[in-house]
Design a protein around this ligand. Structure first.
Ligand code: PMV
Length: 314
């Protein structure tokens, strides 16, 4: 028996970085998915393969000695096999429509899809069970994860995230996004540290920006509720000015944003910045125009908002 599950990637629509200092952020899942296939095997091994490589290890290998990008998936396989007292091995195959390492939630989506797929070999898990396991798995590589990405990948849709928790917004937006990859590598932790240095040096400026960002997010939530793509785009442009001021944009990202300015309702970086991706807000009227302009220079694709979250095709 094969168990197949998929989970969506995500973007941050508003609030990255400011959320670290107590603000809100708005995230949404996108219809680009990671799919995980699992099957039990007689060979008592955990075998994992994807575009990133492959691994084959004994089921009981100590997780601390697993030095691999697949460590969270090994963790999931071990934990679930133990939970269901299985003496089988498991073969896991991962396919992805989401480029890795560019802030689109590929590692969370992978953990969520894998938790669902492997659990699906034994039971019919709830989304909450899948989420809890996926967050534990992510913690094997990123101890302090907030769990926000996994939450969005599990439940899908648009979510408001704050220190008080995560709230799924009951919205059916008509907008789409064009996502373009700068191909500049970045490390979230380093960019977060850079912002911290800015905050320490420019305390007053930073605190005004935090206040402005909070007001902006309330307005953006209002635009989202009204499905008002024009005002939402304007809010994205303002959010980008805040991100520029805290120093997480750069020449490449600025020129990408400039390129798509007239072909979209608004655009900004998404996630940590200093590399990674930009998102441009579009609808059916201007999506091709935005794609064509960006495609002349950058890898890009269009995405809809996913409302499904994790999906098991049992
Ligand atoms: O690039 P991502 O998807 O890892 O997003 C980082 C978001 C930050 O606000 C910059 C950091 C955080 O922990 O919230």
């Amino acid at each position: 028996m094969k168990s197949v599950s998929s989970a969506p990637g995500k973007v941050i629509l508003f609030g990255e970085h400011f959320i670290v200092y107590g603000g809100k952020a708005v995230l949404c899942s996108i219809n680009k998915r990671i799919t995980v296939y699992s099957e039990l095997t007689k060979d008592v091994k955990i075998e994992i393969s994807s575009d990133l490589g492959s691994i084959s290890i004994p089921v009981n290998k100590d997780i601390k000695s697993v030095y691999s990008v697949f460590r969270p998936i090994v963790f999931l396989a071990q934990k679930i096999l133990r939970q269901f007292k299985s003496d089988s091995g498991v073969r896991i195959t991962i396919t992805s429509e989401i480029p890795a390492g560019i802030g689109l939630g590929s590692s969370s989506a992978c953990c969520v899809a894998a938790a669902s797929s492997i659990l699906g070999l034994f039971s019919n898990p709830s989304k909450q069970e899948i989420l809890d396991l996926a967050i534990d798995a992510e913690r094997t590589i990123f101890k302090n994860t907030s769990g926000a990405d996994s939450h969005v990948c599990t439940y899908g849709g648009i979510m408001e995230y704050s220190k008080n928790g995560i709230k799924k917004l009951d919205l059916k937006p008509s907008f789409k996004l064009v996502i373009a990859n700068s191909k500049l590598t970045h490390t979230t932790a380093e960019v977060v540290a850079k912002v911290r240095r800015f905050k320490e040096k420019e305390t007053d400026t930073f605190s005004v920006l935090c206040e402005n960002e909070s007001t902006l997010i309330e307005e953006a939530l209002d635009s989202l509720k009204k499905d008002d793509v024009i005002s939402l785009g304007q809010k994205m442009l303002v959010n980008q000015t805040h991100l520029q001021k805290i120093g997480v944009s750069n020449e490449t990202l600025d020129s990408m944003l400039d390129l798509v300015k007239d072909a979209s309702y608004g655009a900004k970086i998404t996630g940590a910045g200093d590399g990674g991706c930009i998102i441009a807000l579009v609808d059916n009227k201007n999506m091709d125009k935005a794609l064509n302009i960006l495609r002349s220079k950058y890898e890009c694709f269009a995405a809809n908002i996913d409302t499904v979250g994790v999906d098991n095709e049992r």
